[in-house]
Design a protein around this ligand. Sequence first.
Ligand code: G6P
Length: 374
Amino acid sequence: EQINKGNYEHYMQKEIHEQPESLKTTMRGRLIRGDSSKSKTVLLGGLKDHLKTIRRSRRIVFIGCGTSYNAALAARPILEELSGMPVTMEIASDLLDRQGPIYREDTSVFVSQSGETADTLHALEYALENGALCVGITNTVGSAIARNTHCGVHINAGCEIGVASTKAYTSQIVVMAMLALAIGGDTISSESRREAIIDSLFDLPNKVREVLKLDQEMKDIAQLLIAEQSLLVFGRGYNYATALEGALKVKEVALMHSEGILAGEMKHGPLALVDETLPIVVIATRDACFSKQQSVIQQLHARKGRLIVMCSKGDAASVCVGGSCRVIEVPQVEDCLQPVINIVPLQLLAYHLTVLRGYNVDQPRNLAKSVTTQ
Ligand code: G6P
């Protein structure tokens, strides 16, 4: 496997631009188009003997840290929709701090790029002791989490060197969307939805290639933000995770305070921060929450917020009513996969911001790629 930087200056930059290929590798052999008589399906070899047990379980619990947790959060809505099961989220350390309830009837899904994160590994031991079915989603064949879970899926994103996770994040979301399709099975009522998701998965690498063309635009925006102290990112629904993950990228590598905010909570605190100086990214791509996000934008405009709005291609005029804002237009895909597209400009923003601010992009201060101590 090639782990040099190729034509890129940094690993993070290389890994961001590699995403059309890494996503293809993640999906290779796992999406079945089917002929006209058979509907399209998903095949996850590592899970096939366990799908029945998963469907019979009482709930699905996602467990992870950092970016891996955010990826699970991005996939949660589609898993809830297609499985009809309760899906809960646990940050590994918090589950351990609380000794939170995990039951024999649970399916616990451990998400970890490295497969070696100490907190996630300890949470796995805890779930095993409690008798839950344990599923691993990792990027590292032979890792502790891959070895110690009952079954699992490798994301096959290829080696990730940059401490800030980028291509693993998008591959994790795709694997969990495929997990949702696999658990959902062949229910007639959701057949057209499943087919639309599978079609969109096939086209996803092309759409990621398209969104990567925003590189220069994101560099220009980074230039505007170079001396800022703070950046807020507002998202909701499928893109709440995008807000958290975008803010995490900026924080991790650009060493700038950044906070991902659930837009539905805006009135319960964050609104107090809004003035004409603080930059705010609002994610307002097309999905069931679009009109609510339009109203958030209007309320931020009313407080003279300094807005950078991410919207679907062609929507600039409908998101920027009643104020001035900088717009990032991204290609539209099936709503549950939109987080894969939307994170890319924010990865680019964090990357350029870091380089412009003169910080180490691949090995940020005080952070490690794999945190193997608690
Ligand atoms: C560290 C890394 C992050 C990563 C997190 C979880 O904090 O710096 O990039 O998201 O660990 O790592 P994992 O390997 O379990 O996904």
